[in-house]
Design a protein around this ligand. Structure first.
Ligand code: AR6
Length: 178
C-alpha cells in the first residue's frame, strides 16, 4: 500500500470524542486508570459509573502502555485507555513513550478487529506535550501501523480546539505532498 492509500485510512474530526459512532475511542488517561479531568473526565461521564468499576479491576496502566475496557453508555463498544507521558522538556523519553501509546492502542484495536478507532491528542492537554511534535508522532506511528495491519481500517484524529485541528490538517497536507 502506498503512503497515499494509507493516508486515505486517516480522518480528521473537530469535536467531542465521546459522541463519535466508532467501535473504539482512546482515552488519554493517567496510569491509575481511575479517572481525571480533560478527555478522561468526559469519557467517564459519558460512559457512566460502570466504566470506573471495570477500570478498578484492571490494576493501572504504566506510561506508554494501553488497556481495553467496554464502552458502556458510550456509542463506542470499547475504550482503549493509554497513559501518555508528562512533558518535562523532551529528555525523559517523552517522544518514545508517546509513540508507544499510539502503537499499543492500535495493537489492542487490531486484536479486536476494530474497524474505526478515534484518538484524542494524547498528552497535549494537562500533560503539556507540544502539539506540533505530538501530531507528527501520531501520524508516523499510525501510518507505520496501518501499513502492516488490516485493522483498524480507519483511524480518526479528534481535535477539541481549532489550533490542534490546524496542526493535524497541516501534517496531513504535508504527508500527501511528499
Ligand atoms: N473530545 C476530544 N478531545 C478532547 C476532549 C473531548 N471531549 N476533551 C479534551 N480533549 P487532556 P493529557 C483534548 O488534558 O494531556 C486527565 O486528568 C484536549 O483539548 O485530556 O493526556 C487524565 O486523567 C487535549 O488536546 O489529556 C490525566 O491525569 C487532549 O484532549 C491527564 O489529564 C488531551 O488533553 C492526561 O493529560
Amino acid at each position: 500500500m502506498s503512503n497515499l492509500d494509507l493516508i486515505e485510512r486517516i480522518e480528521l474530526i473537530y469535536g467531542d470524542i465521546t459522541k463519535l459512532e466508532v467501535e473504539a475511542v482512546v482515552n488519554a488517561a493517567n496510569s491509575t486508570l481511575l479517572g481525571g479531568g480533560g478527555v478522561d473526565g468526559a469519557i467517564h461521564r459519558a460512559a457512566g459509573p460502570e466504566l470506573l468499576k471495570e477500570c478498578r479491576t484492571v490494576g493501572g496502566c504504566p506510561t506508554g502502555e494501553a488497556r481495553l475496557t467496554k464502552g458502556y453508555n458510550l456509542p463506542a463498544k470499547y475504550v482503549i485507555h493509554t497513559a501518555g507521558p508528562v512533558w518535562h522538556g523532551g529528555n525523559q523519553r517523552e517522544e518514545q513513550l508517546l509513540a508507544e501509546c499510539y502503537r499499543n492502542s492500535l495493537q489492542l484495536a487490531s486484536a479486536k478487529a476494530v474497524k474505526k478507532i478515534a484518538f484524542p491528542a494524547i498528552s497535549c492537554g494537562v500533560y503539556r506535550f507540544p502539539l506540533e511534535r505530538a501530531v507528527k508522532i501520531a501520524f508516523s506511528e499510525t501510518l507505520g501501523f496501518l501499513k502492516n495491519n488490516r485493522y483498524p481500517e480507519v483511524v480518526i484524529f479528534v481535535s477539541f480546539g481549532e489550533k490542534s485541528y490546524r496542526y493535524y490538517q497541516e501534517e496531513m497536507q504535508r504527508l500527501r505532498l511528499r
